[in-house]
Ligand binder design. Structure first.
Ligand SMILES: Nc1ncnc2c1ncn2[C@@H]1O[C@H](COP(=O)(O)OP(=O)(O)OP(=O)(O)O)[C@@H](O)[C@H]1O
Ligand SMILES: [Mg+2]
Length: 266
């Protein structure tokens, strides 16, 4: 594996959440270790699937990888540079290049803004466009790429369906031309028929733009459909990581077998 193909990687990351402190001394009385010791890398144009039961540390891992949250220990590298040792400008470049899509697109959108403004927003805050007119022009172009009709532009999030809203969230991530999109349970809240459409759209966009994905789901069936490589998490640790096919056909851990059984029996 050529090192230059690696876009993003994390090394020995750990995340502790303090849940209780002594009210006078401030001494930590209780903490949750959400992620214990996780390392992985993502190659250009490829998908790493992260699967595991609820509470296994998937979202925390995704948020640390995308710079939304600092690890307690460990390092995050974007294009081989430690993101906490780079210049402000380089950090901004990293934040532009690593975008997110979440489970609940409506929850991640301001209900008072029109869809066009929501998609245009990162173009303005990241200084990619100089003015709103320029940004809205790019929004027009991106809408057809994600299969949305032009008339959706003037609607508010509450006026469109869950599937349309997830397409708008994909447009918002895509419009800044990122190298990685971290997808955290992007189809878990959608109808099964819509799920397939969104997954196929993500695949199509990956081919077209050579984007890397981190694809997080509790459903190993969905992860297998998307991923080149699968990382299985349990209690904040990686218990298995391999090519997707290998994990599905020859799971090494009982826990992985259980995930496979529960995904394909239902
Ligand atoms: N801000 C926080 N404060 C305290 N504990 C937290 C916080 N965020 C997450 N945790 C805990 O860390 C552990 C991992 O949470 P995380 O959200 O990463 O899991 P997950 O695998 O994404 O689960 P799910 O499938 O339910 O989304 C859980 O025990 C969770 O309760
Ligand atoms: Mg989660």
């Amino acid at each position: 594996m050529k090192n230059s193909n690696i876009v993003l990687s994390v090394k020995n990351i750990r995340k502790e959440f303090i849940v209780k402190k002594h009210f006078l001394t401030g001494k930590v009385k209780d903490k949750v270790v959400a992620v214990k010791n996780v390392s992985f890398s993502i190659q250009e144009g490829k998908t790493l699937g992260i699967v595991g039961e609820s509470g296994s540390g998937k979202s925390t891992t995704g948020e640390i990888t995308g710079g939304l949250m600092k690890p307690t220990y460990g390092k995050v590298f974007y294009k081989n540079k430690n993101i906490y040792e780079i210049t402000k400008k380089e950090f901004q470049e990293y934040r532009k290049n690593v975008q997110f899509i979440f489970q609940d697109p409506k929850g991640s959108m301001d209900p008072n803004y029109k869809i066009s403004d929501i998609i245009a927003e990162p173009l303005l805050t990241l200084n990619i466009c100089n003015n709103k007119r320029e940004a809205l022009k790019l929004v027009d172009e991106i809408l057809s790429k994600v299969g949305l009709d032009d008339n959706i532009k003037n609607k508010y999030p509450s006026e469109i369906s869950g599937g349309q809203c997830q397409r708008a969230a994909i447009a918002r991530a895509l419009v800044v031309n990122p190298s990685v999109i971290i997808c955290d349970e992007p189809v878990s809240a959608l109808d099964v028929s819509i799920q397939a459409q969104i997954l196929n759209l993500l695949k199509k966009l990956q081919k077209e733009y050579n984007i890397s994905y981190i694809f997080i789901s509790h459903d190993i069936g969905v992860v297998n459909f998307m991923a080149d490589k699968i990382m299985v998490m349990k209690d904040g640790n990686v218990v298995e990581m391999n090519e997707a096919k290998q994990v599905l056909l020859h799971p090494k851990q009982k826990y992985t077998k259980k995930l496979i059984d529960s995904a394909f029996i239902n």
